[in-house]
Structures are given as C-alpha cells and as structure tokens.
Design a protein around this ligand. Structure first.
Ligand code: NAD
Length: 491
C-alpha cells in the first residue's frame, strides 16, 4: 500500500454497490508504455469480490428494472455531460496508460460518448412490435424486457470507448452491469466510474471489477450473471464464447482481425495511400480496424508503393502528449518484441522491407516501447505476415490482377472484421459490397468504423455469437422479447 501511494495514479480499486473497495488479490503494475515506469497498481478480484458485485447488481436490478425508462436515461444524460467536461483529463489518462496520441485519445472518447448519446434514445430503441388482429379477435405484442446482471470483459487498446459499447445500453434497458477492464490499462475505466458515481445512477446498477484471467473465469462461471460481452483476441474470444455458452449464458465475443484494403487502378491513389497508411499506423497499429494488407491492382502497384513509402516517411514517432507525434509506443516491451519478431519473419519469408522503422530512439523516452512504421512490399498469401494479426505499425503490400483476384485474396483470411476498397467505379464498389467477407466495409475510407447507431460488425474468426456491440444489436442482447397474445371474445 505504501508503495502504491507513491505511484502517480495510486491503486486502482473496484467499485461495487456505490463504494470503492480494494480487490482481494495483489494484481499487477500498470506502466506508462512511453517510459515503462509504473504509474499505478491494479488489484485482482477474487471469487468473493465477483460475488459481491453480482449480489449488488441483483439487488439493484429489482428496483431498476421497474424504474420508468425516462428516469433510467437521466443519469446517462448527466454522464454524457461529465464526459464532455472531463474529456481532456480522460484523454491524458488514455495516453499515459495506452500510449496513443492525444488526438487519437480524443477521437476515441468522441466515439465512446456517441454510444452514451445513442443509449439515451432507449425509449424508442427498446420498442418491439404490435399487430392488431394477428388472428381472429387476437392482438399480439412483443415487449423487450431486461434480464438481470450482465458483464463485459474488455481489451487494452480502447480503454475508454469499448466499455461504452455496452454499459450505457445495459443500464438504459434496465439491467445491472459489471465491467472487467483490461488489467494492462485500467485507469480510464476507473475515471469513467468516478464520473458515473457523480450521476444520479442508483448504487449497484454498475460495478467495476478489476482482474485477470481468473477473475474472467469466475464471471463466466457465476450463476447470477445472465450474459457476457467480450472484446479481445481471437483465441480468448473463442474460449469465452464456449465457456459462457456452456454455463448457459448469452454471449457476444468480438475477436482479432487481419484487415485488407483493395486499391484499384481507378482510385485516387494519393488519397488512397494517405488513408490506407493512416489507418494502418493509427494507435501504433493496435486497432482491430487497422489496415494490415493492401492489395493493389498491378498496373498502379509501383506508383502506390512509392506513395505509401512517402506517407510512412511523414510519420513522427514519439510520446503521445507531444503535439507533433503521429505514432506512440506499443503497450508493453513483450508486445513490442512480438511485433519486431513478425518483422523479422517477414524478411525471412522473402517480403521486401521498403520502409524500416525499427531503429528508433526517442529523446527523453529511451525506455519506451517505440517502433516506427515497417512497410513490406511483395507480400504473398502464404506468408505468416499476411495471415496473422500483428497489432503493430506494420503494413504489407501485394499486387493483384484486378478486383476479382483482390477480393479472392482478401477472402482467404480466417478473419472478417473490416475491409476497405479505394475505387472510382461504382461497379467495383457494388462487387466489393456483395462479395467481401467482412462485417465492417468501407469504400474510399481507410477505417470501416461504424457510428454508434449501427452495430459494430465482425465475421468469421473475428466474431463469435450473433448479436454484436452497439445500437439495436446490443439492445436485443440485453433484452428478452416476451410475446403477449390478447383476446377479448366480445370485441
Ligand atoms: P486479450 O484477449 O489478451 O484480452 C482481452 C481481455 O480478456 C482482457 O480483459 C483480459 O484480462 C482478458 N483475458 C485475457 N486472456 C484471457 C483468458 N485466457 N481467459 C479469460 N480472459 C482473458 O486482448 P488484448 O490484448 O487486451 O486486446 C487486443 C486484441 O483485441 C486484438 O486481438 C484486437 O484485434 C482485439 N480487439 C477486437 C475488437 C473488435 O471489435 N473485434 C476491438 C478491439 C480489440
């Protein structure tokens, strides 16, 4: 404890039933990835900590589910206002615990706040259906009802936004909610709960439970939890999907990605290169929507390679709080090494490293996990670097005869999170929309990120489940549709 008080952000506690409490188990350090200095310590929750959170949620649910929906959304309006007022502080926390740039951090928060705004429309979103005279003298109505306590387990790369893909909707639909944030980046989530504590939300409706794998396993096994939302890597998503389902829970599990971009001869090449590179390198490539492979029509391949190299050369690697930085550090030394190993693999597989960002030292941040852009050309589909998620500032380029071959290459991926096409032809856009096997598609945009009033898609090994995060999908995930059949024989 004495040690944690010396840390800039002290000890990260749990928030249960409206009270902050130290988790029972010791936990781990939270480091600033730009310096690798400890800035906080996060405790890990035991079975009894999780049980306390579930009990608080169950107790609160009894009243919360009966609270009029107009009243249930009022704390969310207050929360939205507090998020706006504290966005600079939240953005700085994101930079400190994750490493992204301050601009990226503010963009992340905007996307999170959007979800709070959409959830404030729950009185409309929660409406189901009604049919008069569905059968002789019978009317039928479907009603969406909350179920109880839900949990979400979230990753390190969007610590401010991803919890908000779930929490506002769970609350507005009348459920109680438990968040288990990433143990690598738990500070922004703590701040979100400090702000929630300032709203009129009744105690016990939302809980923050910190921890690692064991805490997640306890959540998955707890009888009092109705459903689990997960966002993280594919192997874990698959395990969560199986364990949650085996324990009789609803589950939606979003996994990893290997996103492809197609650039055809008819595209505006400068625009495509700028967008494809910025999407690949944003948040140091630690994004599930990052571009990983660009498949380029061979007639413009050489020109496109030159444009991409020029874009890579414009990047500034550094600390996220410096205004000119475009690429911050990777989350940990282990992850940096993992990404560097992929670069070595690409070289040994025979791809040509046309921009080598490995030799990078940042004055004042010599111990940080920095890696500059690494651009490969002539990547082929059999290479590891074209198939596996790298999650770093690494981009591969490959030529294709035309859109048909490019889509064929893209669809060989085990993942199906996102894909983009840069084209000047409507016919190519139409083909792409019909044939591309990914859940989030974009034409002439580098990052296929849906607004909060659409669900966040994902297919193949990028998603396990049927109802996704955000918007109507998550409302359906958090509710059960009861059907009422009504007959009055005299009418
Ligand atoms: P991760 O899978 O290592 O961890 C995610 C969460 O799961 C954390 O809270 C962690 O504590 C928990 N966890 C880790 N291992 C576990 C295990 N064996 N059993 C139970 N729980 C476990 O992911 P990460 O490194 O934090 O995040 C990066 C990954 O998330 C990337 O693969 C990225 O593509 C993916 N991601 C996907 C989306 C999407 O919408 N599809 C969005 C963001 C990130």
């Amino acid at each position: 404890m004495a040690e944690t008080t010396k840390l800039q952000h002290g000890e990260v506690q749990n928030y249960v039933d409206g009270t902050w409490a130290t988790a029972s188990e010791d936990g781990q350090r939270v480091d600033n990835p730009a310096t690798n200095e400890s800035i906080a310590r996060v405790g890990f929750s035991s079975e009894s900590d999780v049980d306390d959170a579930v009990t608080a949620g169950q107790d609160a649910f009894k009243t919360w589910r009966r609270t009029p929906i107009e009243e249930r959304i009022q704390p969310l309006f207050e929360f939205k206002q507090l998020l706006e007022e504290h966005q600079d502080e939240l953005a700085e926390l994101l930079v400190q615990e994750h490493g992204k740039t301050i601009g990226e951090a503010k963009g992340e928060l905007r996307r999170g706040i959007e979800n709070v705004e959409v959830a404030c429309g729950m009185p409309t979103l929660m409406q189901a259906g009604h049919v008069e005279n569905a059968a002789p003298k019978i009317d039928e109505t479907a009603v969406r009802q909350p179920l109880g306590v839900f949990a979400a387990v979230t990753p390190f790369n969007f610590p401010g936004m991803i919890p908000l893909w779930f929490l506002p909707y769970a609350v507005a639909t009348g459920n109680s909610f438990i968040l288990k944030p990433s143990e690598q980046a738990p500070l922004t989530a703590r701040k979100l709960f400090e702000l929630l504590d300032e709203t009129s939300l009744p105690d016990g409706v939302v809980q923050l439970v910190n921890g690692g794998v064991d805490t997640v396993d306890t959540i998955l096994e707890h009888d009092g939890i109705e459903g689990v939302s997960f966002v993280g890597s594919t192997p874990v998503a698959e395990t969560i999907y199986e364990k949650a389902a085996a324990n009789g829970k609803r589950v939606q599990a979003q996994g990893g990605a290997k996103n492809h971009v197609i650039v055809t001869e008819s595209a505006n090449l400068e625009f495509a290169a700028e967008k494809a590179v910025s999407s690949a390198l944003a948040c140091s490539g630690e994004r599930c929507l990052a571009n990983d492979v660009v498949v380029v029509e061979e007639s413009v391949y050489e020109d496109f390679v030159d444009l991409v190299v020029a874009e890579a050369d414009r990047q500034v690697v550094g600390y996220g709080l410096n205004d000119d930085t475009t690429i911050g550090p990777l989350i940990s030394p282990e992850h940096e090494q993992r990404v560097r190993n992929y670069v070595e693999t690409g070289i040994s597989e025979g791809a040509e490293l046309v921009y080598d960002g490995r030799d990078v030292t940042i004055d004042g941040y010599e111990n940080g996990n920095f890696l500059g852009p690494c651009i490969f050309r002539d990547v082929t589909t059999d290479m590891v670097i074209s198939r596996e998620e790298i999650f770093g500032p690494v981009l591969g380029l490959m030529p294709a005869a035309g859109i048909d071959e490019a889509i064929e290459i893209m669809n060989q991926s085990q993942f199906g999170n996102a894909a983009s096409l840069f084209t000047g032809k409507g016919s190519e856009a139409k083909k792409f929309r019909h044939d591309a096997e990914a859940g989030n598609l974009a034409v002439n945009a580098g990052t296929a990120a849906p607004m909060a009033f659409f669900h966040f898609g994902g297919q193949k090994d990028s998603f396990f489940g049927d109802l996704h995060a955000q918007a109507e999908d998550v409302v359906r995930f958090y509710t059960d549709e009861t059907v009422y059949i009504e007959r009055w024989p005299d009418n």
